[in-house]
Design a protein around this ligand. Structure first.
Ligand code: PLP
Length: 236
């Protein structure tokens, strides 16, 4: 693991990159949150994020977060823990218990499990709906065509709060192809959000899109949250 000084330099550089992308796009950098992706890294990675002033961390496995979260420093208690990896229905209860938001909700079955789990816990669980906006056969997420029905179903659940949408762009075989996929995917998600927000009369404010290699393209397309692991903590 890197030390805090190195983390802080990397986070400064990322914030500058996000600010530059915002400036080109005529956006306010305050609209784009940097989510530190701590998966595979020790609890200290989350402590670095909190100490730097980031508000949330992303993990892609339930069990890993359940073990890691109690190992973080008391000063990190305000960090928001977000699940960004695929969630199976049989882990919905555990996830609802240990995460502050679930970004990877991609089926009505999972919605129902999470809604019931949140009801049992006496809470309203914030969620994002994961959409396979790049039509990637290798990725989880609801198909674009099924997204409107999924969003409506989620909005009808009393114990879920739908904050917005999340996507992961497909990889190409060349950097140019990867960039083209990313731009198409992010624009698809933005367009979908704008249409649904207008039609359903709800903001769906959060657009969680962009990672280490495509965050500039995501910010240009309207991302409100970039999820960054490698550029903060190094290769996994
Ligand atoms: C691992 C992961 C990230 C972070 O990816 P990096 O390329 O390391 O920045 C972002 N989002 C999801 C869903 C991930 O699984």
């Amino acid at each position: 693991m890197i030390d805090y000084a190195e983390f802080s330099r990397r986070a400064d550089a990322l914030r500058a990159e996000i600010a530059a992308a915002c400036q080109s796009a005529g956006r306010d950098p305050a609209e784009v949150e940097l989510l530190a992706v701590t998966k595979t890294h020790p609890a200290a990675a989350a402590d670095f994020a909190a100490r730097y002033g980031l508000r949330g961390v992303g993990e892609n496995r339930v069990q890993e977060a359940v073990e890691k979260r109690p190992q973080t420093a008391p000063a990190s208690a305000a960090l928001r823990w977000e699940l960004i990896g695929h969630l199976q229905s049989n882990k919905a209860k555990l996830a609802a218990q240990h995460f502050d938001r679930i970004q990877s909700v991609d089926s009505e079955k999972l919605l129902n499990h999470l809604d019931r789990a949140a009801a049992d816990l006496g809470k309203v669980l914030p969620v994002l709906l994961q959409i396979n906006a790049g039509d990637d056969p290798a990725k989880f997420g609801a198909d674009l065509a099924d997204a409107p029905r999924l969003v409506e179903a989620a909005l009808a659940r009393k114990h879920l709060r739908v904050d917005g949408l999340m996507t992961i762009a497909p990889l190409g075989t060349t950097p140019e192809e990867t960039a083209a996929h990313a731009t198409r995917t992010f624009n698809n998600l933005r367009t979908l959000r704008d249409e649904l927000a207008a039609r359903l009369g709800t903001p769906l404010r959060e657009l969680s899109m962009g990672m280490t290699n495509d965050l500039r393209l995501a910010v240009a397309a309207g991302s409100t949250m970039v999820r960054v692991g490698t550029a903060l903590y190094g290769a996994r």
